[in-house]
Design a binder for this molecule. Structure first.
Ligand SMILES: Nc1ncnc2c1ncn2[C@@H]1O[C@H](COP(=O)(O)OP(=O)(O)O)[C@@H](O)[C@H]1O
Ligand SMILES: [Mg+2]
Length: 366
């Protein structure tokens, strides 16, 4: 059985991972469409989709809103959906704010939301996008009754960035040094510049030098406000990890067959497997297909002034196809536990339901 078809029937959560621009969002949307056609109510949770793709999924603005694609739209694109297909665009900042709203005690919520360190945590800290995307996935899978949720992910070149995201957030929240340094003063009600009276320890001076007094007091305030949240974050991280490892979930590693990308993809695959994750398939997207054998004869019959240019184009296409074949052979050798599904490069971008459906057919045939 085709590995994608198998994953669509056996799993409840599919996570599309891979570097930026390889086709994660497109493949993710196609997978959800296939799943809806297979009779499971399906959701694709996209991250930063191209505008035209978002439009064709019925998504107009960010905001974590799930939208069901009207059946008439599916019918117009000749998608034989047996169950509803929904889509959403993940809003990172809003998801973080909602998490704090739920997790933080009333009296500190506003303080956290306004704190500059929180804003760094929620938008810029490495891993924070991955963390919140996984968190949202956990919530959706526990609070909604979709038969299939496909998660698109932020572009991540290294699998470890992805899998380590929760622990990185935990490290940030559990900065022992900062805590040790700041908490006694905070508990004593000393804020702001008073922190400089901490005894002039080396650590205090160093932090102050790099962050400035204002930032130091905000860091102190942040550490103080989040001090009760650590356990909740740790439990949630554990829940997410269990979901990713469970047999409900599988990963789809999307890549392109470029030679330069090979090492990165092989490593990504290795790390996922070493961490106990199930990888349903590697999707090699935008593969250059070899020109058909009759192309040469057709060129021979072309008008003389065109012949040379056509022959050059043909030679280039053959070379691109040959390069891709070699890269895919190497990929198959280095990831031999996981099937590779090939999707050819289309002439045009994939930005509507008909295109997604066509790509989907190739995913379950390839
Ligand atoms: N097989 C394909 N053939 C042609 N264009 C493709 C194919 N797959 C994806 N694309 C296009 O490539 C671009 C990047 O795809 P996208 O899914 O947004 O990548 P990612 O989410 O990995 O950044 C989009 O414009 C998409 O329509
Ligand atoms: Mg994307």
């Amino acid at each position: 059985m085709n590995p994608i078809a198998q994953a669509l029937s056996a799993r409840r959560v599919l996570v599309c991972v891979g570097a930026g621009g390889v086709g994660k969002t497109t493949v993710g949307a196609s997978l959800a469409l296939l799943s809806a056609a297979g009779g499971k109510s399906s959701l694709v949770c996209t991250i930063d989709p191209a505008r035209r793709l978002a439009n064709s999924l019925g998504l107009k603005e960010l905001g974590n809103q799930e939208a069901t694609i009207p059946p008439a739209e599916l019918a117009r694109a000749q998608v034989p959906a047996k169950a509803p297909m929904s889509a959403m665009m993940l809003d990172m900042k809003q998801s973080w704010d909602e998490l704090i709203e739920r997790a933080a005690p009333k009296d500190v919520k506003a303080r956290i939301l306004q704190n500059r360190y929180y804003q760094t945590l929620s938008t810029k800290l490495a891993g924070s996008q991955e963390y919140i995307a996984l968190q949202k996935l956990w919530e959706l899978s526990h609070q909604r009754d979709y038969g299939m949720i496909v998660l698109d992910t932020p572009p991540t070149a290294h699998a470890l960035d992805f899998l380590d995201a929760p622990s990185r957030i935990l490290d940030f929240l559990d900065n022992d040094a900062a805590r040790w340094l700041l908490t006694p003063a905070l508990a004593a009600g000393k804020f702001g510049l008073h922190l400089f009276n901490l005894g002039g320890s080396f650590a205090a001076k160093t932090i102050a030098k790099f962050t400035g007094a204002q930032m130091l007091s905000e860091l102190a305030d942040f550490m103080f406000s989040v001090r009760g949240l650590y356990d909740g974050f740790r439990d949630r991280a554990k829940g997410v990890r269990q979901m990713l490892e469970s047999d409900q979930t599988s990963f789809v590693l999307v890549t392109t067959p470029m030679k330069e990308r090979l090492g990165e993809t092989v490593h990504f695959h290795q790390v996922l497997r070493q961490n106990g994750m199930h990888v349903a398939a590697i999707v090699a997207n935008r593969v250059h297909t070899a020109p058909p054998p009759e192309a040469k004869e057709q060129i021979a019959r072309a008008p003389a002034d065109l012949r040379e240019r056509l022959a050059t184009t043909l030679a280039e296409a053959e070379l691109l196809a040959k390069d891709d074949q070699e890269a895919l052979a190497a990929l198959a050798r280095d990831c031999d536990q996981t099937p590779i599904v090939r999707v050819p490069r289309f002439e045009l971008d994939v930005h509507d339901l008909a295109g997604l459906w066509k790509l989907g057919q190739l995913l379950i045939e390839g």
